[in-house]
Design a protein around this ligand. Structure first.
Ligand SMILES: Cc1cc2nc3c(=O)[nH]c(=O)nc-3n(C[C@H](O)[C@H](O)[C@H](O)COP(=O)(O)O)c2cc1C
Length: 738
């Protein structure tokens, strides 16, 4: 709830706001905010935009030579053209007359390990590693030695001999190839029967899987009969329909196009079960973790999958089943668990990448995102120094692509409409082109709104009429689907993702809630800093991680949302710091407060700024002093989305405050930002003015939760769709203006 109760502005700003100054001028950069040359450059931007080698994955900074086997060459965004030549000087200038930023680095989407990628060249026989001189004779042979162990307590070790051999390079490559080229297949199966000896080899491979306590809990039920397969197909279809009904519209559309099973198309189906009672009462390793039985069976599935690939057999794993229903239908013993239902058969081809990626349903996460050194969060590939998430993210943030921008303006001139007739939408669609480096740009669908929730110590100062518990109560409401943001999200087909980054109370785990609490609310910033610098950074990281999750899950636009009773006080403080405005000008009435409370709120902001004297050149310091956890997470969301070249539709005053912080950290992050609406809160106007962003919707909303951004989503989607579907004068045979 970032709102106020003041009457709407009297002047017709709305009308002005949606009319672009010079939409028809090709020399115009979409909604490019003023990016001051003197933008505050905090320490965190030391490694920021511009520095890295264009060939280097921003998510994999400075990969050393030995990490090159993993050095991704492919962007997770399928639409991001790889290997694009550096763009020429931007043909455009921004509305403030400043030159449009020219992308210095053409291929900096965080990339991923590529399926078809060759491993790093390696000698036929691995030489004994140099560090063996430090290996003691009781060292387990073949164990990966510590190249640079710094533990002084560790005694030098004397080797007995070289470690056990690995495979020769060609064999190793075969092993890696089968893993890279394993595919989940659902299309293009052939009816050819599978010879017994082939199927036997595949089942042998499955049966050599590792298992907890060597319990070998699997069984393989080979199903060939058309009748049983039809029964299974019916069960899966029912579950598929139930799942489809649960999806937001933007996702459901995509899902409808996808095939999720090949039960009827394959000659053989294999049910892989787990018997949790097998292996005796004292199975080694299962004592505290009963789920080790199905885990072991899953390893058998993987072995089966890989061996099948080596035989040229495709495998499709179908999990659209109610497990107990399947056990009953198949007449399996009741104590068995079904781990996998696999469709197996020869195929026309093995696609180079997962079908879900091809369909735009999801993207692959780069390896560098998931490898942590020693402690969770210290990300580093072997041989690299650990890097922090923020620095890594900043390296990925680039300006709009000048070439795609130019193409957008050209295309718009040729579209069957008077030049500039789509007003602000032309600016938005060009921005989307520049951001995605594609013309026409991807249609920003599906989209997700990330609602970050947090509480504020400053609530104690009496700056709102609402009790603090409302934050957690509203989180429950979001998760139950009963808030305004849920209704709007349903209407526009977006997903609502709720992130607890700092709610004061405990929130029970629920589907849809991401538990990422940094601390249960901030401290009262009139008495001391709201949080520590480290906590502010961690909250920013929550936002970056959320952006990564939502984008790799296939979302093509992110929307900001927030919930935090008293957070308009925090927003006002941040806006005051970054715009230089007096607290009296930017502190509004939030959820609706009387004059007395409003005066107190202004005084609270003023006192906090006097106490901390926050330095806008140190944005993380500002967040720590007078920020909120949800504001910090929003900063991370903006930066994360910008680094993934994904548009972010900003909601109201808290998003505006966060965008100011993001801009102070990385001015080019604004290339990804679109102002969804103009809030009735005065600080929001000050923020938008400073950011140079024009809001798309102006309806006196003062709610927050992402509601204004959600209303703007169809406008942004329409802008992109027009670029795809509107004919040109030549193609439609329409005469141009004389
Ligand atoms: C545990 C598991 C269950 C799966 N269930 C389904 C399913 O029910 N329907 C489906 O279409 N794909 C299913 N898949 C396939 C995955 O969607 C697929 O593995 C993913 O797209 C990655 O593609 P790839 O296997 O070709 O790399 C499943 C995969 C796994 C590992």
């Amino acid at each position: 709830m970032s709102a106020q109760g003041v009457p709407p502005l009297q002047n017709p700003v709305a009308a002005e706001i949606v009319v672009p100054a010079q939409t028809s001028a090709p020399a115009e950069t979409p909604a490019q905010p003023e990016v001051p040359a003197t933008a505050a450059v905090p320490t965190v931007t030391e490694e920021a935009p511009g520095a890295p080698d264009p060939a280097v994955d921003p998510a994999t900074p400075a990969a050393p030579a030995e990490a090159s086997a993993e050095a991704p060459t492919e962007a997770p965004a399928p639409e991001a053209p790889a290997g694009q030549a550096p763009a020429p000087e931007a043909p455009a200038a921004d509305p403030n007359g400043e030159p449009a930023p020219v992308p210095a680095q053409p291929t900096e989407q965080p990339a991923e390990p590529v399926a078809a990628q060759a491993p790093a060249p390696a000698p036929e026989e691995a030489p004994a590693p140099v560090h063996l001189a430090l290996v003691r004779d009781d060292e387990p042979q073949g164990e990966e030695p510590q190249a640079d162990s710094a533990d002084p307590a560790e005694e030098p070790r004397i080797p007995l001999g070289p470690p056990a051999d690995g495979f020769a390079a060609a064999e190793r490559e075969a092993v890696h190839r089968v893993m890279r080229e394993r595919r989940d297949i659902r299309n293009g199966f052939r009816p050819d029967p599978i010879p017994h000896d082939v199927l036997l080899r595949v089942l042998e491979a499955a049966h050599t899987a590792p298992s907890v306590g060597h319990s070998q809990p699997w069984d393989f039920v080979v199903i060939r009969s058309a009748e049983t397969r039809r029964t299974m197909h019916d069960l899966a279809t029912r579950q598929r329909d139930a799942y489809a009904a649960s999806l937001p519209k933007g996702r459901a559309k995509q899902f409808k196009e996808m095939k999720i099973e090949a039960i009827l198309d394959t000659p053989v189906n294999i049910v892989v079960t787990a018997d949790p009672t097998r292996g005796g009462r004292h199975t080694l390793g299962r004592h505290t973790q009963p789920q080790m039985a199905p885990y072991s069976s899953a390893l058998a599935v993987e072995n089966l999958w890989l061996a099948a690939r080596a035989e040229g057999l495709g495998v499709g794993w179908v999990s659209f089943f109610d497990e107990r229903e399947m056990v009953r239908e198949l007449g399996l013993p009741e104590h068995l668990e079904v781990v996998a239902y696999l469709c197996v058969g020869y195929v026309d081809e093995f696609p180079g990448e997962p079908e879900l990626m091809q369909a735009g349903w999801s993207k692959r996460r780069p390896l560098s995102w998931v490898v942590h050194e020693e402690t969770y969060g210290r990300r580093a590939l072997p041989g690299e120094d650990p890097h922090d998430l923020l620095a890594e993210t900043l390296r990925g943030i680039r300006p709009l692509d000048a070439k795609a921008l130019g193409e957008a303006w050209e295309r718009q001139k040729r579209m069957t409409k008077p030049s500039g007739a789509l007003g602000m939408l032309e600016i938005i669609s060009a921005q989307l082109c520049g951001l995605s480096r594609k013309c026409p740009p991807p249609i920003p669908e599906p989209a997700a709104v990330a609602v970050f929730a947090g509480d504020h110590g400053v609530h104690a100062q009496g700056v709102t009429a609402w009790p603090q518990e409302v934050t957690s109560q509203m989180v429950t409401n979001f998760l139950g689907g009963g808030a305004v943001c849920n209704a709007f999200a349903n209407q526009v087909g977006a997903e609502v993702c709720v992130v607890d980054v700092g709610v004061a109370g405990d929130l029970p785990a629920r589907p849809g809630l991401l538990p990422r609490k940094i601390r249960p609310g901030t401290d009262d910033f009139t008495a001391g800093p709201a949080m520590t610098r480290e906590e502010a950074l961690r909250a920013v990281e929550v936002g970056i991680e959320t952006a990564r999750d939502l984008v790799t899950a296939g979302n093509k636009a992110l929307l900001t949302g927030e919930m935090g009773i008293a957070n308009t006080t925090v927003s006002a403080a941040l806006i005051s710091v970054f715009t230089g405005s007096d607290p009296g000008e930017v502190t509004g009435r939030g959820t609706g407060i009387n004059d007395e409370m409003h005066a107190r709120k202004i005084d609270v902001v003023r006192r906090a700024l006097e106490l901390h004297r926050p330095d806008p050149a140190d944005p993380i310091g500002v967040l720590a002093a007078v920020g909120g956890l949800e504001h910090a997470a929003l900063v991370g969301l903006i930066l994360g989305a910008a680094s993934l070249r994904t548009p972010v539709i900003l909601d109201g005053v808290s998003a505006g405050a966060a965008a100011l912080v993001a801009r102070a950290i990385a001015p080019e992050a604004l290339a990804a930002c679109i102002a969804g609406h103009r809030s009735a809160e005065p600080g929001h106007v000050a923020a938008l003015t400073k950011l140079g962003l024009r809001p798309l919707v102006d309806l006196d909303l003062r709610l927050g939760e992402g509601t204004g951004a959600l209303l703007a989503l169809p406008v942004v989607q329409s802008a992109a769709r027009a670029m795809h579907e509107v004919a040109t004068f030549d193609s439609a045979g329409v005469a141009e203006k004389g």
